[in-house]
Design a protein around this ligand. Structure first.
Ligand code: SF4
Length: 324
């Protein structure tokens, strides 16, 4: 019997040439030169869920570089959250009083065209072992910090042993209560939930929280559910955040189906973000009043606990803006 491929092998086998992706989907005559603005990266398990011959497939729209990305739109900028101002030391964002966010890894398994960090300078802003020491010192000097968030890029791009070492250093700080990971990787490559990862997240004294990023019900299936079950079975809290994207999920029935499916897999819908106004992504934007109407429609179809909070991060603010 052939051994099952591990997540790194699957990652290495992903699409990095948008034309090859189009060819395999039976599509042609789409200008993909915006690839040079932000390079294409699509793992095969995600690409396999895209409907062939459908240029409007909601998963394809999230990853295909299209000519609209060249259109400059007023108000859409390179750093929409002005994050650099909350960057006291390289690799650490301290925006909210009780928690710090670490850009733990620069890369992602998938490059989402709407990403608000598509222009972020990861080369100078990811964590190595030396940098982690400085982060630990910073946390020690700010005793009100009780939660560390690993973000990125995608923090699960790090090898398990690197994550394990970081957890051990965080555990040694008595002020820390929780350890959170923001990731899209298990959605696009479910095999990333390795036995080792499950072990380290369930054995630590810190309460582990994983915030997934799934935008459309087609992105998750039983294969995904099988891989995350050891986490939910062992008490890891799973939440989901989505980004509201024109043409992808700006529809109450789709968002209802997403919330239902997430809950079936024991994941709580958490946030529905309005698009951060990053240059190159204006074609995904949904106006606030349209989004508010969508949420009201959603609330009419779902119990309150399955309605995600409609939210926008605002530059310079130290809490999120929320709308019901
Ligand atoms: S996975 Fe997240 S951080 Fe990475 S490109 Fe997509 S939205 Fe951006």
């Amino acid at each position: 019997m052939l051994a099952k491929p591990n997540w790194q092998t699957i990652l290495a086998d992903g699409y990095t040439d948008p034309q090859k992706l189009l060819d395999d989907l039976g599509l042609s005559d789409i200008d993909v030169s915006a690839h040079r603005l932000f390079r294409t990266r699509v793992p095969r398990p995600f690409a396999d869920k895209i409907e062939p011959n459908n240029p409007n497939d909601p998963l394809l729209l999230q990853v295909l570089p299209i000519a609209d990305e060249f259109i400059e739109v007023e108000g859409f900028v390179a750093d929409p959250l002005a994050e650099q101002q909350f960057n006291p030391i390289s690799g650490l964002l301290h925006k909210y009083r009780s928690r710090v966010l670490l850009t733990f890894q620069g890369a992602c398994a998938i490059n989402c065209r709407y990403c608000f960090r598509r222009h972020f300078d990861y080369a100078d802003n990811h964590i190595n072992a030396k940098q982690l020491e400085k982060v630990i010192d910073y946390i020690r000097q700010h005793p009100h910090i009780n939660e560390v968030i690993l973000s990125g890029g995608d923090p699960l791009m790090a090898k398990d042993k690197i994550i394990q070492k970081a957890i051990e250093q965080f555990e040694a700080l008595p002020q820390l209560k929780r350890f959170r990971i923001h990731t899209r990787l298990p959605i696009v490559i479910p095999e990333r939930i390795t036995d080792e990862l499950v072990q380290m997240l369930t054995k630590t004294r810190l309460r582990s929280v994983i915030v997934l990023h799934c935008n459309h019900p087609k992105e998750i299936d039983e294969h995904f559910a099988k891989h995350i079950r050891p986490l939910t079975d062992n008490g890891v809290q799973l939440l989901n955040q989505s980004v509201l994207l024109k043409g992808v999920n700006d529809n109450a029935d789709i968002l209802t189906e997403l919330s239902e499916k997430l809950f079936d897999y024991r994941i709580m819908p958490y946030y529905l973000f309005l698009l951060d106004k990053v240059s190159g992504a204006a074609h995904f934007n949904i106006e606030e009043d349209v989004a508010q109407k969508l949420i009201r429609d959603l609330a009419a179809q779902l119990p309150g606990y399955l309605v995600p909070k409609l939210t926008r991060e605002t530059a310079g603010m130290t809490s999120k803006d929320m709308w019901v």
